[in-house]
Unconditional design. Structure first.
Length: 249
C-alpha cells in the first residue's frame, strides 16, 4: 500500500512540475522564417536548446499568429525578432493595431517582452510600430547610428547581467531611455540595449539591432563581392539565456 501511495505521489509531483513550465514565445510572424535561418541556419535549434534543454521551459515559435490578447495570455515571455527585409512582398506584415495595443497591455499587466528592432534599411520602424511598443515604457527608438561593421558590443553590469559578455553588433538604430544592458564597442559607446522593470512586475528589454537575438556570433557570412566575415559575438547564446532567465524571474 505504501509503495502504491509513493508511486501516486511521485506521479502527482511530476504532473505538477510539468504544469509549472514557463512558456517562451519567439515571434517571427512579421517576416518569412527563412530569412532568419539565412543569416543563422542554426537559430531555431539554438533557441530550442536554450529554452527547453537548459532552462526547462516550453518553446513556442510563432510564425503566423497575431500577437493578440489570447495568444499573449499563454506567454510568460515574448521575444520579438525584427523583420530583416524592408521590402516584404509576402503576406507578412507590420504590427497590427491590435498587436500594438495588446503587447503594451501585456507588459503593463506583468508580462515580459524582449524586442529586437533592426536598422531602418531593413525595417521601416514607423510603419512597423516599434515606438508604439517602447515609448509607453519611457524608451524610444531613433535614427540609425553611424555604421560600425562588426564592431561588437559589450554587456553593462546590472541586475540583469552580472558578467561582461561580447555580443554581436554591426550597426543599429539609436535607443534612449531605460537602464543600459549593453553598449556598442566604440569611444562614444552608444546604447545597444536597455530595459525597464515595472511596479506590476512587467519587464521590457529593447535592442536597436537583431544580431544578438539571432545569436550570430561566430557565424560566417559571405557578401556579394565574395568577401567573408565571421561575426563577433561569441557570448550571444549565453547572454540570451541569462537575459531570458532574468525576464522569467
Amino acid at each position: 500500500m505504501k509503495k502504491i501511495l509513493f508511486i501516486i505521489l511521485m506521479a502527482t509531483c511530476t504532473i505538477s512540475i510539468s504544469a509549472q513550465k514557463k512558456n517562451v514565445i519567439i515571434d517571427v510572424s512579421h517576416d518569412v522564417d527563412t530569412i532568419y535561418t539565412y543569416v543563422n541556419p542554426n537559430i531555431f535549434n539554438l533557441y530550442k536548446d536554450i529554452v527547453e534543454t537548459q532552462m526547462g521551459a516550453n518553446l513556442i515559435i510563432n510564425k503566423d499568429k497575431e500577437l493578440n490578447e489570447a495568444l499573449l495570455s499563454e506567454a510568460d515571455l515574448l521575444v520579438i525578432l525584427s523583420p530583416l527585409n524592408r521590402e516584404r512582398v509576402t503576406t507578412k506584415r507590420d504590427l497590427t493595431s491590435v498587436e500594438r495595443k495588446d503587447i503594451v497591455n501585456y507588459v503593463q499587466n506583468g508580462g515580459r517582452l524582449i524586442l529586437f528592432m533592426d536598422e531602418e534599411h531593413r525595417v521601416d520602424m514607423k510603419a512597423f510600430g516599434g515606438n508604439d511598443i517602447v515609448v509607453p515604457f519611457g524608451m524610444e527608438y531613433g535614427i540609425d547610428l553611424p555604421p560600425k561593421p562588426n564592431a561588437g558590443a559589450t554587456t553593462v553590469k546590472s541586475e540583469v547581467i552580472q558578467n561582461e559578455y561580447e555580443l554581436s553588433y554591426s550597426g543599429s538604430r539609436s535607443i534612449t531611455g531605460g537602464t543600459p544592458i549593453s553598449r556598442m564597442n566604440s569611444d562614444a559607446a552608444p546604447v545597444h540595449g536597455a530595459y525597464v522593470k515595472l511596479d506590476s512586475n512587467g519587464k521590457i528589454a529593447a535592442f536597436g539591432e537583431t544580431m544578438t537575438g539571432l545569436m550570430m556570433g561566430g557565424v560566417e557570412a559571405t557578401f556579394p563581392n565574395g568577401m567573408k566575415v565571421v561575426w563577433k559575438g561569441k557570448d550571444d547564446a549565453t547572454f540570451m539565456k541569462e537575459l531570458m532567465e532574468w525576464m522569467l524571474k
